[in-house]
Design a protein around this ligand. Sequence first.
Ligand code: 13P
Ligand code: SF4
Length: 312
Amino acid sequence: VAEGIDLVAEINRLKKEKNAVILAHYYVDGDIQDIADYIGDSLGLSQQAAATPADMIVFCGVHFMGETAKVLSPEKKVVIPDLNAGCSLADSAPADKFAEFKAQYPDHIVLSYINCSAEIKALSDIIVTSSNALKIVESLPKDQKIIFAPDANLGRFVSKKTGRDMVLWDGACIVHIDISLEKLHKLRADYPEAKFIAHPECQEHILSEADYVGSTTALLKYVVDSPEQTFIVGTEAGILHKMKQAVPHKKIIPAPASQNNTCACSECPYMKMNTMAKVYNAMLYEQPEIIVPEDVRVKAYESVARMLELSK
Ligand code: 13P
Ligand code: SF4
């Protein structure tokens, strides 16, 4: 990127010139959220990707999100700022290993969290996100046997809430499992008035402390709608950008991570690979482009479309 270039102006110019839409997840940096046309959780972003009239989708998030957009809108060009922006959950479930695992349970259906590759989606019956997993599991017949992949923590949470026994794939989000219970206890002692809210990708011992559990959009809504003034937020710290914009008078504190990173809170290294310069380059050169083989796409489409239908 040439020095002195006004990235915001250039990105906005390219948006018009190329009829592009910028979709961003709440975990990317605030400057990217501020130039996005839509910011949301995984469900909202998929709905936008399926419905947009744009010619090009610029997906500021991680690889599986761009892939899901391509699965839903194959006629559109989908670019992401950095092809290396992966996800520990998606990486935890290689398709060959998962196919072997699935073969052990021939009478089960496969529910997969959207944080997985297109190949895993193609091996799944229904995709779920953190905002519709409970509803979708509850919509299934009581005697339906279920494999839940790849997030074991979300799976355990859903299982506990619905009373349904599920076979779990043992994947985890490296960011959410790193919230420190010991540091959280200290923080809660410092702010006894604070509500602790958390994402269901957190471990059980963290979720059992939470006053509220929900997807990123649900956590944002909770902070905005609640009469409370102080919150400790157990998810990736990028969400604080929107929370602070929405309710600047409230005190919002990120939950503490066990490792000492720059903000001492939870940061997703993959989401943070997105930068304004990379967004600009992706729009200018129309790459890196997401390509999904058509045979995989068609099968993955079925499980994602089923989720969109069940989320209406
Ligand atoms: P949601 O935004 O759908 O809650 O997902 C969180 C997440 O970890 C995305 O990678
Ligand atoms: Fe994956 Fe966790 Fe990062 Fe979300 S926060 S992209 S689940 S590693």
